[in-house]
Design a protein around this ligand. Structure first.
Ligand SMILES: [Zn+2]
Length: 436
């Protein structure tokens, strides 16, 4: 039984603060408090110093946030991050598919899965919804590496049976048995969850989508993750492949893939009927601002999704995105919404990468906040690092100003350490993963 008390400036959200309110009672600000962790779980937050039985760690003057949740990221694409000169469909052909082919080698997949999760932890991200590759062993490698780190990860073997290189294709209409085996091995084991992972509608036949929908209906609490309406060219291609569908989202809906645990990356080019369908289903959008800017895909209308009561979570979408750092995604999301005339609050941005993402993924009881009973997944950040940040923070007059400037300016070097389930997993003194 381990009892650890961490002292610092604790900030989390108790509910959705809305998109723009700078003053919000959803913000829970507990400066110079103690986070009490008992056997990996949050026991309490208190201003009182704990008794002598508790191991004390003093991060006074540091910002402690719940671990970030990256709602959409690709394991095999870290090695092609920051590739030049293409939009989505060319980018897949030129950079992504060749990288994914290398995951046919299970030893490569295993090495990369470990590096991938360590990289997330080094950016303050403790949970993620992750695309592996079409190879069954790649999803196993991801789940094993996540279990070794005790991270809550949602992952899955990618389903593709057309429009990709031969080495990345399931047999036509197939791949489902491999996905089912992978799900049986890992879904619900320790902190692992599985997702039916359709790459996107263009790379699956109708038959594969039908089988995927049946698999989703068959297994309780299974997730579904895919891409949706990222670029206009892609939307036109989907319309030509599925002429009977009303819209891109309707392709998924018709095949039983739209539900309360469906996570759709992007969702830029949607109409009101799509937003209503997402809302009715309780599905969520993983907004990937960095990727949308880098690939020139489009500018998400967050306000329209919010008005339709569709949950929006933040995501890096590396390698289409150029950083694993979710404060960077917050800054990019803020800039995109500024182009629509919407000035999002720091609270809304933080919520979308912490408690809001947890709620959208039906994991609010476990991650995303400092509620007692949640897993002790959090990161310790410097409020300021370097001359510019020192200067800016010294001029901040109140909490929102301070936090907003922090998230706009933060870099990886602001991070001191990351903890998962009460164990230090990144930063000086981090303990090595234990094979689970
Ligand atoms: Zn993606």
């Amino acid at each position: 039984m381990s009892q650890i008390a961490i002292r610092g400036d604790l900030l989390d959200l108790t509910r959705n603060p809305g998109l723009t309110a700078v003053a919000s009672d959803a913000v829970r600000w507990r400066p110079d408090n103690w986070l009490l962790i008992d056997s990996g779980v949050i026991a309490a937050v208190t201003p009182e110093a704990p008794g002598p039985d508790w191991q004390r760690i003093d991060w006074r003057g540091h910002l402690i946030l719940p671990g970030f949740i990256d709602a959409h990221v690709h394991l095999p694409q870290l090695e092609v991050i920051a590739s030049h000169g293409t939009g989505l469909l060319d980018w897949l052909e030129r950079y992504t598919f060749p990288a994914e082919l290398r995951y046919a080698d299970p030893a490569h997949a295993e090495r990369c899965a470990q590096r991938f999760l360590d990289a997330l932890l080094e950016h303050g991200t403790t949970s993620a919804a992750v695309f592996a590759t079409v190879h069954e062993a790649s999803a196993d490698a991801l789940a094993q590496a996540a279990a070794d780190r005790q991270m809550r990860v949602i992952g899955g073997k990618v389903l593709m049976d057309r429009h990709a290189p031969a080495g990345l294709l399931d047999p036509a209409g197939g791949g489902i048995e491999a996905a089912r085996r992978q799900i049986r091995r890992w879904h619900g084991r320790q902190r692992q969850s599985c997702a039916v992972t359709v790459r996107f509608a263009a790379t699956s036949t109708g038959e594969q989508l039908t089988q995927a929908g049946r698999l989703l209906a068959e297994i309780p609490d299974l997730y579904m993750q895919t891409h949706l309406a990222e670029t206009r060219d892609e939307v036109a291609w989907i319309a030509s492949l599925f002429p009977q569908a009303r819209s891109y989202l309707d392709v998924y809906a018709r095949h039983g893939l739209l539900g309360p645990r469906s996570v759709f990356a992007h969702g830029i080019w949607l109409d009101a009927a799509d937003r209503d369908a997402l809302s009715r289903a309780g599905a969520c959008i993983a907004h990937c601002p960095g990727s949308n800017l880098f690939l020139g895909s489009g500018l998400l209308d967050w306000q329209a999704l919010d008005a339709a009561a569709v949950a929006v979570s933040l995501a890096s979408d590396v390698g289409g995105g150029t950083s694993l750092l979710l404060p960077r995604a917050m800054a990019q999301a803020y800039e995109i919404q500024s182009l629509h005339g919407l000035r999002m609050s720091a609270w809304a941005l933080l919520h979308a990468a912490t408690r809001g993402a947890a709620a959208a993924l039906r994991l609010e009881h476990e991650i995303g906040s400092f509620e007692p009973g949640c897993s002790a997944d959090f990161a310790v950040w410097r409020w300021h690092e370097g001359t510019l940040q020192d200067w800016r923070q010294a001029n901040a007059r109140e909490l929102h100003e301070r936090v907003f400037a922090w998230l706009i300016l933060a870099t990886q070097s602001n991070l001191r350490e990351t903890w998962v389930h009460g164990r230090r997993v990144a930063g000086p003194g981090a303990t090595a993963p234990q094979h689970a």
